[in-house]
Write a protein that binds this ligand. Sequence first.
Ligand SMILES: [Zn+2]
Length: 443
Amino acid sequence: MKQQPHFPPDYQILSTRALETALHKVPAYQSWSKFDQGAAVPIAKRFNALPKIDKKDLREHSWRGFVPNDLDIDKALESGLVEMVNTSGTTQERVTNIWYQQWWNESEAASWLYNKHTAALPLGNHREAILTSPLNTGVLAQNGFLPMTERMLGRFLYLNEKANPGSWDDKIIRRIIDELSIFQPIVLEANPSYLAKVARFAHQHNLPVFQPPAIIFTYENPGVLTRRQIRQAFSAPLISSYGATEAGYVLMECAEGKLHQVSSSCRIDIEYLRPEYGQPNLGRLLLTTLTNPWRSLIRFDVGDLVEIDTTGACPCGCNDGYIFRQIAGRSANLTYSVNGLPITTAAVEEAIADCSEVAEYQVIQKSGRYDVRIVPAEDIVLSSAQQKHVREQIIEGLYPLYRSKDKIAVHFVDEIQTEPSGKYRRTISDIELATDSLFLKGG
Ligand SMILES: [Zn+2]
């Protein structure tokens, strides 16, 4: 069943304004007028009739192509009102964005209202510790380590200066735990995979950890396995915040564990998977910014898949906008069953998570076979009989997804490598993503 969300009163007005601005004033959308159904048609229908854009379009038109032509961007850059930033990732992934701090701050503050813990905290000028790759944000150290003072920037403490958490030794994990106690952040913002590594270590060595009033996950989607591992050491509220450099804050997890659309700053359109794939609640996110005057972003395919909440309501009381059960992973990270059904990273993680011996995993589909790499939990040395048991359990778990047992091979490894961006890619396929045949046009 498709969700029919209730939107706040000005949502349609802001959506119409964003669309009219794009069609009449923004060079990148010049060719879109022919798709527009006109002002007499409901706004959702007008949006659904339009094409979409992705990172490739952002690069091709360059940042200037997305600035409305009645604004003086050069003057705004000169005065420092806006600035240019580059997103992380490989050369192909990188995009130059116009950065408007005020818009970002407002959309972040709007996201805090969707969770009772963040809504109750005095946020905005708070102490915040950040645990992620310095390639995402922070201070990078190529060689050696940096003292705490060199990783502090204003109200922020960057807990990690290494590009890859694979290079962490016990000393750095202990230091992260110690610095949390010293700094006592109001918010710990963390890449969940990185925090899971710290939590596993703390649990294994019986180390107490400082419990911040809120732990906010960004940079990566927290799966069921990483959440369970983090819970072994952290009792603080775990809150997933989903956003993008291009689109601001988009979704916020409430205390009931559902993801709410930040509907005052972002419009969402969903294109669902085609019915033949049998996963009617899954779709891809198309994002439209409603409140950033300096960059017009309409139907931006951010590359992530969502699973809607079928009830369409939440006991937390926030019932404006879309409500999701989870982010299901990136479209580019889909793997496929032997009969071609797309399988999300979230589905794979749910299938593997029951196996308590697993610390980390990665599934690589190549030439019709599925190689499953497993890093065993740190405190477990698996005997060959236990390895056999884990193998069987993993294959049993993945069989309903991939529909073949013979083609799944489980390997035990010491480490899963991160991507050049410092993020983990848990599922990879050599089958090229064919988005046009996967999704229903128009939602
Ligand atoms: Zn809720």
